[in-house]
Design a protein around this ligand. Structure first.
Ligand SMILES: Nc1ncnc2c1ncn2[C@@H]1O[C@H](COP(=O)(O)OP(=O)(O)OP(=O)(O)O)[C@@H](O)[C@H]1O
Length: 258
């Protein structure tokens, strides 16, 4: 227990016995223990219904667990009232969710500055410069004044990443950010998340079905029936496929590489 406590204290994200039950059904999450150190990219994988999105929503403070504890940078989310939790999500978390699309009434630059404006920053040149630097990092500075609908799917995801990173969040949560993209565009988007980790020391939790996407992660965590069924360090495609395939075919746990 002491080791866990020490590890968790330096973690960007720590889940401690997190469960989530909806109605009278089987738990969507069932006693999840997960520590994500700062500066790591972790892929959460598993079959449909295994609890990936529920884990992301609980970890990101979008939903309260039924039991257990979630900490972001040492802050216990259960200790926060609704307003403080909203503030934490706004100031300390970045989201790249399909359901949190870009705002079509705003141009690309305004979309990127939105989290900072919501956090109370004043409009002006400094803010614009920050947005342009963020857009430059994702290769889209020249599209700053365009509307999101004039961009391709991959370009929109890159804007979403620039927006998620603009407030220098402690954790970025990405839910299937490449699901609708072709493989080459998907690699470009994943490379940006990887760069945010390697060059800016960000921490990213990525939900994905895609074994290729998982190879960009430092670690893949496999869920099954709301539990962690296995983990792979430095996942490669073959081992991820094997891990997913083994469970799909036989229900056995995947090989664990640690
Ligand atoms: N709001 C909800 N109300 C009731 N049940 C829910 C709710 N959200 C999720 N569930 C249930 O919890 C379980 C896990 O769902 P979850 O969406 O987390 O799985 P997932 O692994 O993300 O699936 P997918 O890959 O299909 O998105 C499922 O059985 C689902 O039906």
């Amino acid at each position: 227990m002491t080791t866990t406590a020490v590890t968790e204290s330096g973690a960007a994200l720590a889940l401690d016995g997190v469960s989530r039950v909806y109605g009278g059904g089987a738990p969507a999450l069932d006693g999840i223990d997960l520590v994500v150190p700062r500066g790591r990219l972790v892929a959460v994988m598993g079959r449909s219904g295994s609890g990936k999105s529920t884990l992301l929503r609980c970890a990101a403070g979008l939903e309260r667990p039924t039991a257990g504890r979630v900490r972001i940078g040492g802050t216990d989310l259960a200790s926060l009232k609704a307003t403080a939790l909203t503030r934490l999500r706004r100031d300390r978390i970045g989201f790249v969710f399909q359901s949190l699309n870009l705002v079509s009434a705003l141009n690309v630059r305004e979309n990127v500055t939105l989290p900072l404006l919501l956090a109370g920053a004043r409009e002006g040149r400094a803010l614009d410069a920050l947005a342009l630097a963020g857009l430059d990092a994702v290769g889209l500075a020249d599209r700053a004044e365009d509307r999101p609908e004039s961009l391709s799917g991959g370009q929109r995801q890159r804007v979403a990443i620039a927006r998620a990173l603009v407030n220098e969040p402690e954790v970025v949560f990405a839910d299937e950010p490449t699901a609708a993209l072709d493989p080459v565009t998907a690699s470009g988007v994943l490379a940006l998340l990887r760069r945010a980790v390697d060059e800016q020391g960000r921490t990213v939790v990525l939900v994905t079905h895609d074994p290729v996407a998982a190879t960009w992660a430092d670690e893949a965590v496999f869920l099954e029936h709301g539990r962690i069924a296995g983990r792979l360090d430095r996942p490669d495609e073959e081992r991820v496929r094997a891990a997913l395939g083994v469970r799909t075919e036989t229900g056995r746990q995947p090989a664990v590489a640690r």
